[in-house]
Design a protein around this ligand. Sequence first.
Ligand code: LIP
Length: 292
Amino acid sequence: MPLVPPVPGVPRVPQPGVDLAGVDLAGLERLAVAVAVEAGRLIVDERPLHVSAASTKSSPTDVVTVMDTRAEELIHGRLLAARPDDGILGEEGADHRGSSGITWVVDPIDGTVNYLYEIPAYAVSVAAVSGDPRVPGAWQVLAAAVADPPRGRVFHARVGGGARLSTVDGALVSTLGVGVVGDLAGALVGTGFGYTEEKRRAQGQLLLEVLPLVRDIRRIGSAALDLCFVAAGLLDGYYEVGLNPWDLAGGWLVVTEAGGVVTGPGGGGPSDRLTVAGNPTVHAALAAIVDP
Ligand code: LIP
């Protein structure tokens, strides 16, 4: 018996062994929202006049700024002060295994290149998960927040609690629901690309398969926002190869709590090998192309 009742049409990653009965899901969501909003304020209000790439990671285009690091340090500190027994896995190096069975998966700035270029499409993603997010298919998101600092908004959700868009001051903007487009030819589809030549060649080949069959493609530059835009009906579908757990964790739950479907290879959990999202109809049609 799954710990969380299944929702028809929404594949659930096998439940890792955390008994949700004792978990304050609403409290986790509140904490995720508070920390994501505070980090969002930091990266906007304290942005140096000239942000530069402090260093690069997987390739010369995979940049990290001083603000990525500062935001992750803030998030790490706030979460462990509130919940010292939890684990943390962050894009900029936080990797702390806790004892509570809950791990926070954090992307301090998702859409770093957009942030570097002052393109207003970046997010702060903070998600509480059960299981081990380092192992594809062995974890599930319990509560999450994706702050959209340029717009002063935050997407948030908890298992069984629905998905919402609020202002950073806590006012509800809307309850989220995926779009109703019923066929791929009418679907606006988001995607993204990795940072290495080899990955991009493969991603380009896959795009050649998808592009002729959909309404249009949008490359927003933040997986967290892509997924939240699917939840809000601003995109009808999204797929990407090469995401890290921190890119996708927050948006994954926002989509499924908004009535959408998010899967990875073979219909399992989303992973670095593949993430596909959409309303159930668009998701199925898109997955048939990108996950034959
Ligand atoms: C980004 C992802 C995006 C992907 C970019 C990049 P980052 O994450 O959110 O979907 O297409 O290449 O990986 O590196 O800005 O945190």
